[in-house]
Each structure stands twice: as structure tokens, then as C-alpha cells.
Design a binder for this molecule. Structure first.
Ligand SMILES: [Zn+2]
Length: 126
């Protein structure tokens, strides 16, 4: 997309500014920063990164939400220590706030998620 301000063609870092009549102006991040004299483009980048994090962590978010919900209803078909529940809860909240979990957190979550999925599959077969 072309930047209407400097005339360059940055591939993704272009924001479209619209007016009420449907007129539009494309401005690249460099120009937005230059015009506003502030590092405004970092706001968009942070927003995009956060959205990417949510998408990347989707399977953990979905998995943990069902594990934790089952725990609340006391329907978990396996034992889980309250310490681990706290860890999983913390990780869940963290991910809902668009933050990435650490490797250890992922391993812990994966272990419980796959465990619960296996058991659910096993139950269905019966
Ligand atoms: Zn520009």
C-alpha cells in the first residue's frame, strides 16, 4: 500500500485515516511518527503483537478454560494440586491479558490439557 504522505510503499506498516465523507489518507508508520512528533506507531505495533499473542495461545486458553471450569465444578477426572491450579489460573489470566506464557507454564498446561483430552476421549469410547 502506498503512503500518501511520503509516497513510499511500505508493505504492512500503513494506517488508513478516513474522514466522514469516505475520503481516505494512507500514512506509513514513519510519517505518522514524523507528523505527530511522537512514537505513535509503537501503539499499533503493540496492539498487533498482543492480538498475535492471543491467537498463538488460543489452544492453551481454550484448553485451560475447560480444565479450570471442570475443576470448579469438581468434575475433573484426575487429581490436580491446588498449587498447580493456582499456576494454571495465573497463566490463564496472563494469556487473557495478551501476554505470552513461559516455557515451563506451557509444559504444565500442555500436560493437564492433553491429560483431560485423553480421558474425555476414553470416556466417549465406553
Ligand atoms: Zn510515509
Amino acid at each position: 500500500m502506498k503512503c500518501d504522505v511520503c509516497g513510499n510503499y511500505p508493505i504492512i506498516d500503513v494506517s488508513v485515516i478516513r474522514n466522514e465523507d469516505g475520503g481516505r489518507l494512507n500514512a506509513c508508520y514513519d510519517c505518522i511518527d514524523r507528523i505527530t512528533n511522537q512514537n505513535v506507531s509503537i501503539w499499533f505495533k503493540t496492539f498487533r503483537k498482543k492480538r498475535e499473542n492471543i491467537m498463538e495461545n488460543r489452544k492453551y486458553i481454550d484448553g485451560l478454560s475447560s480444565v479450570l471450569a471442570a475443576y470448579e465444578r469438581k468434575e475433573l477426572p484426575f487429581k490436580i494440586s491446588s498449587e498447580d491450579v493456582e499456576k494454571l489460573r495465573k497463566m490463564y489470566v496472563q494469556m487473557c491479558n495478551c501476554l505470552n506464557p513461559g516455557t515451563k507454564q506451557k509444559q504444565l498446561a500442555e500436560c493437564y490439557i492433553s491429560y483431560s483430552v485423553e480421558i474425555l476421549r476414553g470416556n466417549k469410547k465406553d
